[in-house]
Ligand binder design. Structure first.
Ligand code: NAD
Length: 500
């Protein structure tokens, strides 16, 4: 290793430490191929030390008063707010998305931190008075122990913040494994978390790939695993962690469709579609890679294509960029390969974004907005999650036909309907078999008052991340049934007890 390139550190028991591993990977700026840092694949000894530190810290953290826990997250949200520009710049450099998008990534995580500061009311149990004569029953929501989080590359700020703040606020300790593709903004957020007062051992970070993930699924001291990433890896994590008796929640891949009815507000709809299909270079699990145009709305296609053609492809930190680079050379090859396959399999390529010219960034992983028509459910471009700025257009004669297309797709992460008809919207939200529904809202990711609620093939596990559901995920409900006997042996209640 050259000295010029910084290394990403592990966080074990409150210390940022250099890994002793021999296996490293470059963190690369996707617009320039500049190597920004090297990230270690931690050794088994280091990973076990992180879990041991979390186990030890749990002994005291679990009993830390609610107010102390809450105040750390109050401080943390302030620190994130103060550093949001710096965080966004780090994120853009390693991930590629535009600066406003990167700020949005941090902001959506910040909202979860704000919610974690409300832990006092969120973690309250229930009490029923006199379930039998003189008997009360109440519940305690107690922390589980060491919890683990495994995160993807596409939201390296928001998704780690979905996980460790809520887990720790509930009284658990945590081991986080960020994406090895862009761990730097995550590490800056972790530094700020320690600055906010998270005690040593309560939050630990390991880096790596398959071995790290498998260790977290297998380690007997880990009680719960939260995963966000592809369906293939998520299914593996869910099965492995569950077989080992752990709680698991896996938020996975998607293929989100939207329906456009001819009575929709045309300009609003087209602009929303552009943002949802091509924004963040299509690398959002809630992106809209399929649009179903119903009836007369099919005539809007030429305008959609022209608007997409006008989007500006450039490095994420340049002002006015609409579509930044995709995360890696291999992601670019995969996307270009799928576009070629779409043509081969008979879809019509009405806008080809391959190999755009981006002056000053000739080595960047760029692919511009791409649109296919005549897409059928049998095609690879329909069946696979492309995770790039590629939109497939399908047609339907009416709303029922469009709903049937969506319900036949195995994924259930998100969907949207554009219409001005309340009755159509009501039918859609009632009949659509997708966990997160937008009505004239293209990317309906719930704010943290609610939980992220992807469904069917996009999700394994019953409870979603953040919101109220995650409190149940990160706690064990203990139900106490309680009766107190009076001193009086006759059992007659002594109503003259005086408190001393
Ligand atoms: P990924 O599955 O490749 O990686 C996710 C995590 O798993 C990373 O930390 C990675 O190191 C690890 N990993 C990768 N390969 C592994 C293997 N073979 N065994 C064990 N662990 C492995 O996902 P990604 O490419 O980083 O992220 C994009 C995917 O995440 C997309 O499918 C997207 O839809 C999905 N995603 C879903 C949501 C959601 O909420 N449903 C949110 C964001 C991203």
């Amino acid at each position: 290793m050259t000295n010029a390139v910084p290394t990403v550190k592990l966080l074990i028991n409150g210390e940022f430490v250099e890994s002793k591993t021999t296996q490293w990977r470059d963190v690369v700026n996707p617009a320039t191929q500049e190597v920004l840092a090297r990230v270690p694949f931690a050794t088994a000894e280091e990973m076990n030390a992180a879990v041991a530190a979390a186990s030890e810290a749990f002994k005291t953290w679990r009993k830390t008063p609610i107010g102390v826990r809450a105040r750390i997250f109050l401080k943390y949200q302030q620190l994130i707010r103060e550093n949001i520009k710096e965080l966004a710049a780090i994120l853009t450099a390693e991930q590629g998305k535009t600066l406003p998008d990167a700020e949005g990534d941090v902001f959506r995580g910040l909202e979860v931190v704000e919610h974690a500061a409300n832990i006092g009311t969120l973690q309250m149990g229930e009490l029923a008075n006199n379930v039998a004569t003189g008997v009360d029953t109440y519940t305690l929501l107690q922390p589980l122990g060491v919890c683990a989080g495994i995160t993807p590359f596409n939201f390296p700020a928001m998704i780690p913040l979905w996980m460790f703040p809520m887990a720790i606020a509930c009284g658990n300790t945590f081991v986080l494994k960020p994406s090895e593709q862009d761990p730097m903004v995550t590490m800056r957020l972790v530094e700020l978390a320690l600055e906010a007062g998270i005690p040593k051992g309560v939050l630990n970070v390991i880096h790596g790939g398959v071995d790290a993930v498998n260790l977290l699924c297998d380690h007997p001291d880990i009680k719960a695993v939260s995963f966000v990433g592809s369906t293939k890896v998520g299914t593996h994590v869910y099965n492995r962690a569950s077989l080992n008796g752990k709680r698991a929640q896996c938020m996975m891949g998607a293929k989100n469709h939207c329906i456009v009815l001819p009575d929709a507000n045309k300009q609003q709809t087209l602009n929303n579609l552009l943002g949802a299909s091509f924004g963040a270079a299509g690398q959002r699990c809630m992106a809209l890679p399929v649009v179903i145009l119903v009836g007369e709305a099919q005539k809007w296609l030429p305008e959609l294509v022209e608007k997409a053609r006008a989007l500006k492809v450039n490095a994420g930190h340049e002002a006015g960029t609409d579509v930044g680079p995709v995360v890696s050379c291999s992601a670019l090859d995969r996307i270009n390969g799928l576009i070629a396959k779409g043509v081969e399999e008979g879809a019509t390529l009405v806008l080809d974004g391959r190999n755009p010219t981006v002056p000053g960034y000739e080595k960047g992983n760029f692919v511009g907005p791409t649109i296919f028509t005549d897409v059928t459910p049998q095609m690879s471009i329909y069946q696979e999650e492309i995770f790039g700025p590629v939109l497939g257009v399908m047609n339907a004669a009416n709303l029922d036909e469009a709903i049937a297309i969506i319900n036949a797709n195995p994924n259930g992460n998100g969907t949207a309907l554009f219409t001005s008809s309340g009755a159509a919207a009501r039918r859609f939200q009632e009949d659509i078999d997708v966990g997160q529904v937008g009505i004239n809202v293209p990317i309906p990711v719930p704010v943290p008052l609610f939980s992220f609620s992807g469904s069917r093939a996009s999700k394994l596990g019953d409870l979603g991340p953040y919101g109220k559901q995650v409190i149940l995920f990160y706690t064990q409900t203990k139900t106490v049934t309680e009766r107190w006997f009076e001193d009086d042996e006759t059992g007659v209640l002594n109503t003259t007890i005086t408190l001393k």
